[in-house]
Write a protein that binds this ligand. Sequence first.
Ligand code: TXE
Length: 481
Amino acid sequence: MSLIEIKNYINGELTSPLSGEWLPNVDPAVGETYSQVPDSDEADIEAAFNAAHQAHPDWASRSAEQRSEILLRIADLIDQNSEELAEIESRDNGKPLTLARNVDIPRCSTNLRHFAATMVAYGSQSHASKGVLNYTLRQPLGVVGIISPWNLPLYLFTWKIAPALAAGNCVIGKPSEITPMTAFRFSQLCQQAGLPNGVLNVVHGSGARTGNALIHQPEIKAISFTGGTVTGRHVASIVAPQFKKLSLEMGGKNPAVVFDDCDFDNKLDKTMLSSFSNQGQICLCNSRILVQQPLYEKFVEALVARTQTLKVGDPREPDTRLGAIVSEPHFRKILAAIATAQAEGGRIRCGGVPLQPSGRCQNGFFIQPTVITDLPNDCSTNQQEIFGPVVTVQPFVDEAHALQLANDSQYGLSASIWTSDISRALRVAENIDVGVVWVNDWLVRDLRTPFGGVKQSGVGREGGDEAIRFFTQTKNISISY
Ligand code: TXE
């Protein structure tokens, strides 16, 4: 069977890597290579930069309405091709087709529509004083770099591309080499929408080769990165000394704080999502569940019973709740983390082992959803990000103890708080050291809100006005009269 050849999208053309180097791209549900992706190098990045640099003056000179009109055309094409995109995303990432269809792909279209509208409605400030008028300009930066991960491939790729383009920049995007397929199809839709050549360039390849070439390119004005903390630290070490703008969205070890007066059934339903959605491969997943003592045993038993009902298997089947882990290396990393949990004295209450479905997926990478108890918060399992279908449950005594456990982490991305006492919810929300808090829910997203983490979860914010500010340069002009 011939392998699908994924192409770069440079200066409006779909091209092979100048290096002639390719990487295998694996379908994780069946464990087989089904396509190949360019392993681009400095020459490809330079070709992309030249195209973007050449396209920028015209793109920046267009009105927000004109740029938004093209973004809306791309959004329409995403909607018209949504089923095909969902199937591609599910095959490339291993996630259930139902999840790709209901969450990932609709959000790509929403990302483009949101920032098309934001930019048209965008107003800047003025500050008037006696005889002096100040006004603030937010001007496009020029050519910017975008680096995205494999867990929500096109969802996060468009989450960055949309504000960058809407604000008048030209973009070099480097998707994860583990899930390149939807970015390739997206390139074709941009061609079809008539996006001018060079405005968006998608350069595929490994982080070490292509990603590194991008962050070393001296004339790129900003880097927006989403990925692991280790890689984010490396990206920052290269980009910061170049005095470029840098946004880092990285890992998490997010607590769910469950008080004994919570709406138990609602919490349980939402825990299934917040713990195991996308195979637990969402940085916002709650991987540490903290439960107030009187409720603890009842909650653990109910959680284990509900978790054991989740269907793990072929992503194509409509009742599948957990599909394949994204790659064999990540599959092994998660199993090693479970082994570490056991070695640390953890009690595996359910799951903890791979699963081998029969049929077409017998060689795929599947792990049973796993609940672990009896671990202290300061162990590796509760301190290191696992980024898979693995959660721990710990008891706490009171609000002070809950906060101490929740904040005892090198990460600070998100948290969810479950209680009927709204004053307590707001008190805990104010004192928990993260960037995003949900009360009595999870992953409710308003794209106008600031998104991002603190500590080793990130630097900077995305979303709404924050994204436009990141992708523009601020200038104050003062007029005396
Ligand atoms: O990360 P990697 P992964 C986190 C999530 C998990 C990780 C999973 O918590 O920790 O990301 O994504 C490129 N120079 N988040 O394993 O390896 C690489 O090719 C330049 C948090 O993919 O960091 C890929 O495109 N680039 C987030 C991207 O970096 C390099 C949401 C990410 O790869 C590079 C999603 C290099 N030297 C995942 N090395 C959030 N907070 O929202 C790799 N890359």
